[in-house]
Design a protein around this ligand. Structure first.
Ligand SMILES: *Cc1c(COP(=O)(O)O)cnc(C)c1O
Length: 420
């Protein structure tokens, strides 16, 4: 049996390839699905093979390991997962991690050295922002940030500032790190403008982007000039709120240095979770489409309700600049959005406590609908001025729509709004 990726020269779609790509049942007793390889180490066919594999692992020979060695470096379930993740983003290579934050931290540690500057969009996922500001600074790495939605001119100015700061600190601009859309306001970053600005500034650092909210279905950042995509696989890709994992993907030249640090530190996804993720990838397109359709229907209802002040939903953008970025970068509006109620914390809490189907929990991208109050939960520790600047008010509720029946969801939101 061959592992075809094309038929008559026609490339197969990711949703087709998710059923079997990267796994040959003949090598595993004909088992249709990959077994979970619970082993810490792999037997070498010969001593010469062992030497050759270690040359790849240690970087003595470029191109990485060409065989299985030890489960901190690579293993079958993780390799199948990485092959399949690469397909969704059209990437040459992917690396899996034990969490989204492990992926992001190992990535940043790989590229930034003492004196370097990281340029990032804001807001970022709070733990990412904290890692850059509180941890990287301890090793002499500083940052410059710009708001999502910044124009080409504003990005140019930020890069100039970053270059000057790096020169002063005896370092370089190590990475441009983006997150789009930002959480919880859904502000989009113009990735194409960032690419053009980085090239015009003569920087050869990678542009990385956290694509957790819209990827892999609704945003393909590598096609818009990003070099590396990052994921919390915990969210839409895992999709069932039953695992924690992360990944990055991009060209081999960007992945290889990260792989070297992952080999040293660990942090690779475990085999059981990798297997669960391969199962999830078989349905990711179905789940995301259904969740996206549901969100459109729910938002249509919410937008007309008298107790609703506004929505931060990518299917109903009010700002021309944001709409332009959306039209160039996004293939769908997603299913995570913010709901602004007329009132404040008390009204939001009454709404949240009255929900019967939607669960009151942080996280997103699962089969079930979740709702939370960022100002008093995920963003509680963010200073008030910063919250105000990011548009995170007391009247903002974040909702991640799942794959339930849309009319049931609308009925739930309707009765919860009555309780406000
Ligand atoms: C959840 C999340 C992360 C962190 O991922 P974990 O799997 O929880 O470590 C990073 N970025 C975004 C946008 C997220 O939503």
């Amino acid at each position: 049996m061959s592992d075809a990726t094309t038929i008559n020269g026609r490339p197969l779609k990711p949703s087709t390839l998710m059923m079997g790509h990267g796994f040959d049942p003949v090598l595993s007793e004909g088992s249709l699905k990959p077994p979970i390889f619970l082993t810490s180490t792999f037997a070498f066919p010969s001593a010469a093979d062992g030497k050759r594999h270690f040359e790849g692992i240690t970087g003595k020979r470029p191109g990485g390991a060409d065989g299985l060695v030890y489960s901190r470096f690579n293993a079958p379930n993780q390799e199948i997962l990485e092959d399949r993740l690469s397909i969704w983003d059209g990437a040459e290579d992917a690396l899996s991690f034990s969490s989204g934050m492990t992926a992001i931290c190992v990535l940043l540690l790989t590229y930034a050295s003492q004196g370097d500057v990281i340029v990032h969009s804001g807001p970022l996922y709070a733990a990412t922002e904290g890692f850059v500001a509180k941890w990287m600074s301890r090793w002499g790495v500083s940052y410059v940030d710009f708001p999502a939605g910044a124009t080409r001119e504003q990005i140019d100015a930020v890069l100039d500032r970053a270059k000057a700061q790096a020169a002063e600190n005896g370092g370089k601009v190590a990475m441009v790190y983006l997150e789009s859309p930002g959480n919880p306001t859904n502000a989009l970053v113009d990735v194409e403008a960032v690419r053009a600005a980085v090239d015009a500034a003569g920087l050869d650092c990678p542009i990385a982007i956290d694509n957790t909210f819209l990827g892999p279905l609704w945003q393909r950042p590598l096609e818009h000039g990003a070099d590396i995509v990052c994921y919390s696989l915990t969210k839409y890709v895992g999709g069932h709120s039953d695992l924690v994992a992360g990944s990055i993907a991009g060209a081999k030249k960007w992945m290889d240095p990260v792989r070297m640090l992952r080999n040293t530190m660990g942090g690779i996804c475990d085999p059981n979770t990798a297997w669960m993720l391969c199962r999830s990838l078989e349905t990711v397109e179905l789940r995301m489409q259904r969740a996206g359709d549901n969100a459109a229907k729910v938002c249509e209802f919410l937008s007309k309700h008298p107790k609703v002040e506004g929505l931060g939903y990518l299917g109903m953008i009010k700002d021309a600049r944001q709409q332009d970025i959306y039209d160039r970068h996004c293939l769908g509006a997603g299913s995570t959005f913010s709901l602004l109620l007329r009132g404040g914390e008390a009204e939001c809490f009454r709404f949240l406590d009255a929900l019967k189907i939607a669960k009151l929990a942080v996280s997103l991208g699962g089969t079930e609908t979740l709702a939370s109050h960022p100002a008093s939960m995920t963003h509680l520790s963010v200073p008030d001025e910063r919250k105000a600047a990011l548009g995170i008010g007391d009247n903002l509720i974040r909702i991640s729509i799942g794959i339930e029946d849309p009319d049931d969801l609308i009925a739930d939101f309707e009765q919860a709004l009555e309780a406000v």
